[in-house]
Design a binder for this molecule. Sequence first.
Ligand code: MG
Ligand code: ZN
Length: 380
Amino acid sequence: MRSLFLSAFAIICPVVLGTAYLSVHEVNSHEQAQYAGPKPKNIILLIGDGMGLTQITAGLLANGKTLHLEQFPMTGLMRTHSARELITDSAAGATAFSCGCKTNNAYIGVTAQKKPCLTILEEAKKNGLAAGLVAACSITHATPASFVAHVADRAETENIATFFMETEVDLLIGGGMKYFNQRKSDQRDLCKELLQKGVVQSDFSKQQLADIQPDPQHPFAWFSAEGEPVSVQKGRDYLPVAARIAPAFLKKRSEKGFFLMLEGSQIDWACHDKDGPRAVSEMLDFDEAIGAILRFAQKDGETLVIVTADHETGGMSLEQGNAPDSLDIDFNTGYHTASMIPVFAYGPGAELFGGIYENTDIYVKMRKLFGWAPVPQDGK
Ligand code: MG
Ligand code: ZN
């Protein structure tokens, strides 16, 4: 009880409320210490939405007992509660990573007091780095949106889309084109507006991503047709391809480095539906993307790769199967759970990711490794 009470103080975003409350930095006093180790030029944050330890274990067993995740030399564990709730949703979970502050469920890029907070992606752009977002859902969905948009309701997808006009993300790969060009709330055609800014667009339904050679002279936006991309089981095949294209493209966009967030979005959806085989196929698709990112980072040598999740979904369990290698997957809820989430790190600065810490510390560690000045005091 006492620790719950204490954490209620720790979760209030320090940027807004000042020194009366514990800041994320104070909660983890070791973060105060100067870090003198190697620093990455590029950071790639990979989020497997809903990917807890059991989802990883199921993927591993289904894949002949191996995953690309095993190649990460550093692992840690993260607490995921949001500002008001023990169990976070993807909006608050992603905002913890993007802004370093515990906010309420459904809030996107705003503090618990609904104040916009500067995201790590926005700050990367301000510092001259390139930035990209890749998701296996619509690009306006909670996880990718939390790096660009600032709204207190994740359901405002058309409103969220307008924020992509304000921050010039170099690369967008995901679905949700209809929130840009078939808008009910206003008559704007955001695809046309992006085009006017020199952003090149393509349509999944017309051209395969693998056939695209994005020109680094132009920011490159990519949306799949209309709404949400289908599942891997129904033929979605772009996430590993996007993972191969994105870092190579972003590296050419800025000499100062880049920030990329790539999400395996539908592990969560399969687990909400209590669909074990679909969860495994989404997990393995995400792991393929992880493999592509790792190959880039191994060759590049200046890239830190972090793999984690916003929360576990479904309370997934592995039961006794009919044979030693058969999986019997069960779920005990249709929603998320509060269990701690693993963090995997590879590359310069990976040593900072061992131990047990808050999800907001992912942000603190990434900023520290980018070597930026102390956290801005007044939100945006
Ligand atoms: Mg998500
Ligand atoms: Zn979910």
